[in-house]
Design a binder for this molecule. Structure first.
Ligand SMILES: NC(=O)c1ccc[n+]([C@@H]2O[C@H](COP(=O)([O-])OP(=O)(O)OC[C@H]3O[C@@H](n4cnc5c(N)ncnc54)[C@H](O)[C@@H]3O)[C@@H](O)[C@H]2O)c1
Ligand SMILES: CC(C)[C@H](C(=O)O)[C@@H](O)C(=O)O
Ligand SMILES: [Mg+2]
Length: 355
């Protein structure tokens, strides 16, 4: 079986964190003999600087032919003034669309050793284990938009949200099947009290869920869900939601475990899957060698599990990260008095030492 990985570091901390994850994968390969090969490709602002486009065709072609993709992050203030269609973030959206990556899985777990890092009380967050299933190639992100037009004498801009029944059905099935392997509960999040798209979303979720009688379904409006995540995160098993709400709720949920630097993701479509941390390019710390590489390393673990069927190897990575935290190593995003200070390199070496 071929296990060819296209690595797309992107911008900002992207290079540092993907390099760390590749080292972990190489160590895993020595132990588990998976036979992974790597190919680096450009996307984002750096690709724009080199080629005039944030998403070169070469990158899309390589991604399409890969067995899995490891992605860092794109974007940064440097490209804020670039024409919208050429912004670094368009590379990520373009790849998601080109690869049909409709289901974005964002697991939110709070290791016991990190419960005290949460801005919430440890007795609220301990034991949290949520899988956010975010629809990734529809909704307002991909609807028609207008950057600027004159309407009734005033300049305005607009973005159109739309969802079709097949799109909602597909992501709901995914969430239901994920829940069947977990605690058999799905919470659907929408804004059906206001938005037409959310009313179609809710109807379709209810209809699709009726084929999964072993899964309990409940609904929250997104504003209430944002609050429920802070009040009682343990009530959630699988959350299924649209593209924009999923983006926002997953950053919120990331703080339950103390840092977005710990949160991995997998994006699944019909063919090649895509693995990336949920955080961005962190321009404020880029190049300083202090980014937490764990989210990307844990994304590599998801790759082993979902793309290569290597459950034992995936667990070996997750346990190595847990052990490194249990040993007291903390990158600055998690550091507190009494713990051992780690930069990206030290954290990576410590994780490697446990594999
Ligand atoms: N998937 C992606 O490529 C992605 C995701 C989100 C944002 N972005 C882009 O990244 C740029 C910066 O966005 P932002 O500042 O809103 O979000 P961000 O996630 O890059 O950073 C938010 C905060 O979290 C910190 N942080 C993020 N990752 C960290 C890590 N691994 N270790 C330690 N601290 C970490 C940053 O230092 C910053 O303080 C923007 O251009 C944005 O569009 C890209
Ligand atoms: C960079 C941006 C396009 C992206 C998104 O909004 O999907 C990011 O915030 C994410 O969460 O992956
Ligand atoms: Mg986001």
């Amino acid at each position: 079986m071929s296990n060819h990985i296209v690595v797309i570091p992107g911008d900002g901390i992207g290079e540092e964190i993907t390099a760390a994850a590749v080292r972990v994968l190489q160590k895993i390969d020595e132990k588990f003999h998976i036979g992974m090969t790597y190919e680096k490709q450009e996307a984002g602002g750096t690709a724009y600087d080199h080629t005039g486009t944030p998403l070169p065709d070469k990158t899309v072609d390589a991604a399409r032919h890969a067995d899995a993709i490891l992605f860092g992050a794109v974007g940064g203030d440097k490209w804020d003034h670039v024409e919208p269609s050429l912004r670094p973030e368009r590379a990520l959206l373009g790849l998601r669309k080109a690869l049909g990556l409709y289901a974005n899985l964002r697991p939110v777990t709070v290791p016991d050793v990190l419960a005290e890092y949460s801005p919430l009380k440890p007795d609220i967050v301990t034991g949290t284990d949520i899988l956010i299933v975010r629809e990734l190639i529809g909704g307002i992100y991909f609807g028609d938009k207008c950057e600027s037009e004159i309407h009734n004498g005033a300049e305005r801009a607009w973005d159109l949200e739309n969802y079709s029944v097949p799109e909602v059905r597909r992501i709901t099935r995914f969430a239901m099947e994920a829940a069947q392997k977990r605690r058999h509960k799905v919470t659907s999040v929408d804004k059906a009290n206001v938005l037409a798209t959310s009313r179609l979303w809710r109807r379709t979720v209810i209809d699709t869920a009726s084929h999964y009688p072993d899964v309990t379904l409940n609904h929250y409006y997104v504003d209430n869900c944002a609050m429920q995540l802070a009040i009682n995160p343990r009530q959630f098993d699988v959350i299924v939601t649209g593209n924009l709400f999923g983006d926002i709720l997953s950053d919120e949920a990331a703080v339950l475990g103390g840092s977005i630097g710990m949160m991995p993701s997998a994006s699944i479509g019909e063919e090649t899957s895509f693995y990336e941390p949920i955080h961005g390019s962190a321009p404020d710390i880029a190049g300083k060698g202090i980014a937490n590489p764990s989210a990307t390393i844990l994304s590599a673990a998801m790759m082993l599990r979902y793309s290569f069927g290597e459950e034992e190897a995936a667990r070996a990575i997750e346990e190595a990260v847990d052990q490194t935290l249990a040993d007291g190593w903390r990158t600055p995003d998690l550091y507190k008095d009494g713990f051992k200070k780690a930069d990206t390199e030290t954290m990576t070496q410590e994780i490697l030492s446990h594999i």
